[in-house]
Design a protein around this ligand. Sequence first.
Ligand code: IMP
Length: 432
Amino acid sequence: MTTLVAVGAQWGDEGKGKIVDWLAPQAQLVVRFHGGNNAGHTLVVEGEQTILHVVPAGILDPGTVNVIGPGVVVDPTVLLGELAELERRGALRDPSRVRVSGRAHLILPWHTALDKAREEAARKRAIGTTGRGIGPAYEDKVARRGIRVADLLRVEDLREAIHRVAEQKNFELVEFYRWEAVDPEHVYAQALELGRQLEPYVDHTERTLESALREGKNVLFEGAQGTFLDIDHGTYPYVTSSNCVAGAVCAGAGIGPTRIDRVLGITKAYTTRVGGGPFPTEETGALGEKLRAVGAEFGATTGRPRRCGWLDAVMLREAATVNGFTQLAINKLDVLAGMGELRIATAYRVNGKLTHEFPMTLSEIESAEPVYETHEAWAEDISSCRRYEELPDAARRYIERVEALVGVPVELISIGPGRDETISRTEPFRPA
Ligand code: IMP
């Protein structure tokens, strides 16, 4: 039995979905532990594209059970829509392959309305959220007034709970933001129907996880967003509202830290960010546009163009520290082919002072000027390489330089979106 946590080492969109889909045949359980449908995981199998927002990316492997843990916030309409689509395509025949924690908090219509109302009111200082109600749903959870998945099945108490919360939410929506009120009776009628449809999937997922571990199964924990969107370790306040780091698995799935064997950090071969906030190695000119065009850097959830820039080893070192990476995956290496000269940030200059550490405060991060080293790119297309040795020398030198700068071995390399466009240098689930 091995447990492996796969998390993003940058600002999300590192290609976690592809890696989780690739790893899934070696795991029996794939578990999401935080975030919600702000995530967008794009999988390409035999040329067919699937975009998942809340169902774990192991679902396309028929041998896996896919768990949505108590740390996730669930928009039941989105979840059911995704499940229906997977059923329609024949990827999900047995509801027991998807287990949803009854303890996961719900994203309800006032959460999405508040998310949008706040972003609109914040104007220039907007975070650039995905507008999916993530922040407002986590706020209600922490304020101890949230409604959870299991509450959808307790019909006798549901109406009162919805009315109670709606009164407060509508006050904020209407009185503060001059937004339209949400009709609690409509939410209640919908919630009854959503509960009826979700019932076959609802589970005490901590028990499912515990039995899988006792039976010696491999378990893969699938992170969403990325280290620098983490509420504590990210570029606050330009972050999401959950902990995205590997340690969040313990609380968000219900597993002790002693049971985690491996932590796989996932990074792109360059850096992207979607939404507001600082980005020291951002390239706003022609180079940024080239990366966006070649890398097809548009959000899977909102379609927004992603901001693009060079790889940042200062960030990756920080991510390795706060997550305890045992191994790295580098995605989209193919995108760098023909880029001429490649750059990697190895340090920053902050207020005239050289630092090798990721700064603590927003203003320092905003003023950080990257110190680069340069590498020669390779000219040839590498998407047909299947073994590390087949990569051009310059590509291998780039990978090995990242390993040296971050101090973590690069074990997986993705050289195209397809499942088979992956180079593995070791056995990812080997025992710790
Ligand atoms: P929220 O999670 O929708 O509240 O958005 C907060 C910030 O996180 C915004 O900058 C979003 O663009 C960003 N974000 C949230 N989810 C993802 C993701 O899956 N990939 C990349 N960025 C994300």
